[in-house]
Ligand binder design. Structure first.
Ligand SMILES: [Zn+2]
Length: 273
């Protein structure tokens, strides 16, 4: 599942191909991909809109249009691709936006294709993105995310660290990979209870979260399953069950926390009760 660095990498890659283009037509090939509004209104509202900005918030990919925003959540298997010219839709293409350069309406045709094998991905077209994004916690690479904020926020909850880090209303953008990686760097056990975390540990966790996300973005995200290729983020604990920890050599263990597989080093990340 793509997390903040993967979505940021996709936005950076697609930006030069999308900025300043006009959406000539939307082809919705799987109705349930569209969360809001109705398919009829979607096609009507999006037609002729210009792409003004290509951005991201948490794990949402965002196209700011003339007077609407198009939000896309890739979920499990969604991918966004640019295809030039006249195209024949592929089996798992759920939404295709036909694009033209604004300055030459008869100019080169291109397409933004949302391909999603498992169909969990969702698309919203809204005049107010806060309708969708309003409940999200702070953006971890923003100024709002500070060691002091994190410590106070952890103190305000009594939850297992791993589950809390995955909660998008607490902190937005982390998923299973970067949560495991952050806890390993910070030497915190995934089952540690949030209000037991000291100011010093919160500072280490803050630093670790920023470090793994920046590293992920710099390496164009992580490559996993068949969709996300090309990322070169190097896993420390994620998906390394039984392999030696790069810090202490102890075998990485895998446990289930809140129904999510969780990887940690029992040598580095001890649980103090
Ligand atoms: Zn270790």
């Amino acid at each position: 599942m793509p997390e903040l660095p993967e979505v940021e990498s996709i936005a950076r890659r697609l930006r030069p191909h999308l900025l300043g283009k006009t959406i000539e037509e939307a082809q919705l090939r799987w109705t349930r991909t569209l969360a809001y509004p109705t398919p009829g209104k979607f096609k009507e509202f999006i037609k002729g809109k210009q792409i003004r900005e290509v951005t991201r918030r948490a794990k949402y990919f965002i196209l700011r249009l003339t007077d609407f925003s198009l939000l896309i959540h890739l979920r499990m298997s969604g991918d966004l691709l640019i295809k030039e010219g006249k195209i024949k839709p592929e089996k798992h293409d759920r939404l295709i936006l036909r694009l033209r350069p604004v300055e030459s309406p008869a100019g080169a045709l291109s397409n933004l294709v949302f391909n999603d094998t498992r169909k969990f991905g969702r698309v919203w077209l809204t005049a107010d993105p806060e309708d969708v994004l309003g409940k999200l916690g702070p953006e971890p690479l923003s100024r709002k995310f500070t060691p002091e904020w994190l410590h106070a926020a952890l103190q305000g909850k009594r939850r297992q660290l791993k589950s809390l880090l995955l909660d998008q209303t607490f902190l937005a953008g982390l998923g299973n990979i970067y949560a495991d990686e952050s806890l390993h760097i910070a030497k915190l056990h995934p089952l540690a209870v949030s209000d037991s975390v000291t100011a010093e540990q919160a500072e280490a966790l803050h630093k670790a979260v920023c470090q793994v996300l920046k590293e992920g973005i710099r390496r164009n995200g992580a490559s996993f399953d068949w969709v996300y290729r090309g990322g070169e983020y190097h896993f420390r604990v994620y998906d390394r069950t039984g392999k030696p920890c790069s810090v202490c050599g102890t075998s990485i263990e895998r446990i289930i926390v809140g129904q999510r597989s969780t990887h940690f080093c029992p040598g580095c990340q001890t649980l103090i009760r």
